[in-house]
Write a protein that binds this ligand. Structure first.
Ligand code: KG4
Ligand code: ZN
Length: 363
């Protein structure tokens, strides 16, 4: 456990379609305390387009960010002069939004003469369980959102090894695209889950992508195409067809995910020994069926499943503030030269293929 001075960090998140700011305290024993966590989702602005429109997202961040930061500071009962540092997600993500958040953080850091911490958004997801339940390193992270699908060995602050990633679509993106082709609204994940609950998962035999492969990568676009082909064959779709297609798709995702994670945990064990936990994060971790699949994968690997509360699993400012606090405690701060990055791999040394967050248009 660390034994240093308590720190107070403002965190800013603008990499996709949430404008968020939070104030988090890192206490001298290394424990975290969320003093405020304000998130404004832009979903309503993007719904008419069936996905996140980068230009609309960037403008909405410009309009909302000042007010969100002011609310976060007020709710935390603190002033800029009391901050130990200001952290912003500097990528990966939609570049317009990233520029808005990082530039704002730089301005605050400069005016109030406080350290700047340019945080990798994925690192913030990765470190969240240390904020919520003081989890010790090393642990295995499964991150599945609209822009990312990765299995990561989290070994220390700034020390990550990507064990697997998607070769094509992100998992949330695949849920969103399937929803769209079946006429369900955006964001599609919760809609597909709801429809699947009343459907027959066995009516269609969709492929189980990557099943049995000895790397821990994912692939979702072939499955998505298989759903599209069935849907076109059946058009016009009856509600029963939609439910059965969703159930079949979700069952295939579950089986593939469980298999990929079993391999990921095996690779983890071989390289780093037993993980302290399997941690799931990202919007897809809200899916109850996926949670149960993860539970049994964790149990058979004799490890514990940890899923942070939903508000900290999806994009938020507290995770950025916390990653900033962890980096500050480790002496890792940034200069005004820190660049906004659309693409930013979490680890340098992995052999897994690159995954680019800005290919996330969900049309
Ligand atoms: O982490 P998140 O809130 O935002 C980012 O993408 O960064 O994740 C949103 C994604 C969307 O693609 C959404 O459809 C998916 O997570 N999602 C779900 C569920 N809830 C949200 N996917 C499957 N089942 C769900 N219940
Ligand atoms: Zn995220």
């Amino acid at each position: 456990m660390a034994n240093d001075k308590p720190t107070l960090i403002l965190g800013i998140e603008t990499t996709c379609d949430e404008t968020a700011a939070a104030v988090v305290e890192r206490q001298s024993d290394g424990a975290g305390l969320i003093l405020s966590n304000i998130v404004r989702s832009q979903t309503d602005e993007h719904v008419p387009f069936g996905g996140v429109v980068p230009e609309i997202a960037a403008r909405a961040h410009v309009d909302a960010l000042d007010g969100i930061i002011a609310t976060a500071m007020k709710q935390a009962g603190t002033g800029f002069a009391e901050l130990s540092g200001v952290a912003a997600a500097a990528g990966p993500g939609l570049i317009g939004g990233v520029i808005v958040g990082l530039t704002t953080a730089k301005a605050i850091a400069m005016v109030h003469d406080t350290p700047l911490i340019a945080v990798n958004h994925l690192e913030a997801h990765a470190l969240t369980p240390r904020l919520t339940c003081a989890l010790a390193f090393p642990y295995c992270l499964f991150l599945a959102s609209g822009g990312h699908t990765q299995i990561v060995a989290v070994l220390g602050v700034g020390n990550y090894v990507r064990l697997g990633t998607t070769l094509d679509d992100a998992m949330g993106e695949a849920f969103d695209k399937v929803a769209k082709m079946l006429g369900l609204p955006y964001p599609g994940g919760p809609e597909v889950e709801r429809a699947a609950a009343g459907g027959d998962p066995q009516r269609f035999s969709f492929p189980r992508p990557m099943l049995g492969r000895d790397d821990a990568n994912f692939s979702l676009s072939g499955l998505k195409t298989a759903v599209r082909n069935e849907a076109s064959r059946l058009t016009p779709l009856a509600p029963r067809d939609v439910s059965d297609l969703c159930a079949g798709f979700q069952a295939a995702v579950l089986e593939s995910t469980a298999d990929r994670l079993r391999v990921g945990l095996k690779l983890f064990q071989q390289r780093f020994g037993a993980p302290r936990a399997l941690v799931a994060a990202g919007g897809v971790a809200a899916n109850q069926a996926i949670r149960s699949a993860l539970q049994s994968v964790a149990a058979s690997a004799e490890t514990t499943l940890i899923i942070p509360p939903p508000a900290l699993c999806t994009d938020n400012g507290a995770m950025i503030a916390w990653a900033g606090a962890e980096r500050l405690a480790a002496g890792m701060t940034d200069t005004m030269e820190a660049a906004p990055r659309a693409r930013w791999l979490l680890d340098a040394g992995s052999t897994a293929p690159a995954e680019f967050a800005n290919t996330r248009a969900r049309f």
